[in-house]
Design a protein around this ligand. Sequence first.
Ligand code: ADE
Ligand code: ZN
Length: 326
Amino acid sequence: ARRSRLIQALPKAELHLHIEGSLEPELMVALAARNGIDIPFASVEEVRRAYAFSNLQDFLDIYYQGMGVLRVERDFFDLTMAYLERANADTVRHVEIFFDPQGHTGRGIAFGTAIGGILRGLEEGKARFGISYRLIMCFLRHLDEESALATLAEAEPWLDRIDGVGLDSSERGHPPGKFARVFARARELGLKLVAHAGEEGPPGYVWEALDILKVDRIDHGNRALEDRRLVERIVAEKRTLTVCPLSNLKLCVIDAMGQSPVRHMLDLGIRVTINSDDPAYFGGYVNANFIAVAEALDLSEDQIATLAVNSFAGSFLPEAEKAEHI
Ligand code: ADE
Ligand code: ZN
């Protein structure tokens, strides 16, 4: 109970959140009705029952299906506001959220419809809750690099409102090196760079993300712990890892919360952070992730506070703004 109170009170930043993964079944059903879309579920309960995954791909299949109810700008706005209300309730003061433009343009929804609604939500959240934000556009790694390059070109009119690019979707068989050119181009444009690596993929994918893509942060990074030289590098370069405990459990990256690498990462001196990834699918927002991992690993109050401090330290806020939160 003391832990829960501390977690609730601590100001936090969330650095690994797919906005499409915050689509709660209630909103999915409501948007399906509003847009006249048939979904293969009769009720909210039935949607929730479908959320049993044995790996990342199982989840992704349902995740791409779920985002099909997002059609018009207002849908993306409502989605973003719903997330920010939950984040605000969890004392999150800063968010760096991902969106998957190819998940929308690939089904005929304009880039501007998606990003326009998300940005309007982020602005409203800043005005209403005082939550600052960054927006990170992710490329789907199961698609080819040409598609990613076309997406970056499509984003050009919006680049003053996009802070970074990321890499997500099916990791196995899609190493970061496949996206060398598009990340080089994003880097020339002055964008921040992140990539999912070492969630299911091997430590070699984390090396590639650092060496070839030159990312600022690693999303997940669990499997980095299998490689001592890689750990040394991550510590020496103060690289942030955005770990997602409930996601790891639901996607069978770990078999029990007691296997979460968070405590080990803290002990190694890695700048690890706690995030919710796709909270509507994995059963909890950021505080639920903190509580689950703190209980299972018996984290001290100092360790919990360190995780919250790390979330600001690892953010893309300017140093002066980080200091205001820490
Ligand atoms: N897209 C949404 N969530 C993801 C995750 N955890 N890993 C890879 N791609 C994703
Ligand atoms: Zn993710």
